[in-house]
Design a protein around this ligand. Structure first.
Ligand SMILES: NC(=O)c1ccc[n+]([C@@H]2O[C@H](COP(=O)([O-])OP(=O)(O)OC[C@H]3O[C@@H](n4cnc5c(N)ncnc54)[C@H](OP(=O)(O)O)[C@@H]3O)[C@@H](O)[C@H]2O)c1
Length: 324
């Protein structure tokens, strides 16, 4: 089968369109014929191994110390189940599914075998493979964090770094739940963020939102770089700060501020639950949610897609189309 593999950490050019053996499902696994995958910031970080120093060694030991041990990246996919192991009961050949590969990765390929208990859900009518493939990273994380803070109608939420995979879902979900959304981004992304529903867009190269006298109920930092002390001051009494991209220094700050501040601080990894995938696909099927797909690339052009993301061009999601 065709897949994109890499044999060394580094720039997008390390990604090679290759021929690799087609995997066979074990007794508890399903084999998915992948139709669409994506390029996320996380895929690029893993490829060049640009990882927070606190997580560097454990993750490097897992991914391969000197060179990648897991040779195929790609953390989210949509496709069709085409073979199942003898003990599989949740899925059958022909089911259209979406899912996350978690840290075994492997979505940049024509076929992928995964245990049926991995986070996967069926895709309802009215939702395309390309739309469904964007759900695990962006959709599930946005949903997880907004539920954690129990976002309410009328709440004001500032989303820092709103134009990417997590942020574009967070804007839409917050608007669906009738919150007021202020989005921050780098230049050139204002109009599409308004299109998605943001009430106000701040270009962070022109305005430092932390110096404003405005206050918010919730601040969601997707970039991992918002200054915590300043952000806590911008929150109303009882307000919440969410760090979607926490490094080790942030974890220590969180412990300290959780003891001395009345504001709530959240960070961590979203749990990928099939029922949450069902919830998001049902919103898509009813037309209440629609991922912003900026550009589509063929699997054979994956290194160009990584380059595009790395250069900061990505608005919303980049979809990888996998050939028949
Ligand atoms: N907690 C979790 O479970 C979890 C799960 C998945 C991902 N993550 C991590 O969360 C991070 C973000 O994820 P994502 O997939 O949403 O990334 P993304 O698609 O790259 O979105 C981040 C957005 O923030 C923008 N940005 C960067 N610096 C900014 C600044 N100073 N001011 C305003 N906007 C800025 C980026 O613009 P440019 O593209 O122009 O740089 C991009 O549009 C990644 O590092 C990823 O590893 C965490």
């Amino acid at each position: 089968m065709k897949a994109v593999t890499y044999n060394q950490y580094g720039p997008p050019g390390v990604l090679k369109y290759s021929e690799v053996p087609k995997p066979e499902p074990k007794s508890d696994e399903v084999r998915i014929h992948i139709k669409a995958a994506t390029v996320t910031a996380g895929d690029c970080e893993l490829r060049r191994f640009d990882i927070d120093p606190g997580y560097w060694l454990p993750l490097r030991l897992y991914m391969g110390l000197l060179k990648p041990r897991i040779k195929i990246l790609g953390q989210e996919f949509a496709g069709v189940v085409n073979k199942v192991g003898q003990n599989v009961s949740l899925f059958k050949p022909g089911d259209k599914v979406l899912g996350g590969t978690e840290m075994n990765l492997g979505a940049y390929a024509e076929y992928l075998c995964l245990p049926e208990k991995r986070p996967m859900a069926t895709i309802p009518n009215g939702v395309s493979f390309e739309q469904a493939a964007t759900i695990p990273t962006g959709g599930l994380n946005a949903l997880y964090f907004l539920r954690k803070v129990k976002i309410q109608p009328g709440d004001t939420i500032l989303i820092h770094g709103a134009g990417g995979s997590i942020g574009t879902y967070a804007i839409q979900l917050a608007k669906l739940w009738k919150a007021q959304v202020i989005a921050t981004e780098l230049p050139g992304k204002t109009s599409f963020l308004h299109e998605l529903g943001a009430d106000q867009v701040i270009d962070t190269t022109k305005e430092d939102f932390t110096l404003s006298d405005k206050t918010y109920d919730i601040i969601l930092d997707v970039t991992g770089r918002a200054p915590l002390t300043k952000c806590l001051k911008l929150l109303r009494t009882g307000g919440s700060f969410i760090q979607a991209n926490p490094g080790i220094p942030f974890i220590f700050k969180k412990i300290w501020y959780s003891m001395v501040s009345s504001k709530k601080i959240y960070a961590g990894l979203a749990a990928y639950k099939p029922e949450d995938m069902d919830y998001l696909t049902s919103l898509m099927a009813s037309g209440d949610l629609s991922p912003y797909i900026d550009k589509k690339f063929k699997l054979s052009d994956l290194s160009e897609a990584h380059q595009y993301v790395e250069e900061g061009h990505k608005n919303g999601h980049i979809v990888i189309q996998i050939p028949e």
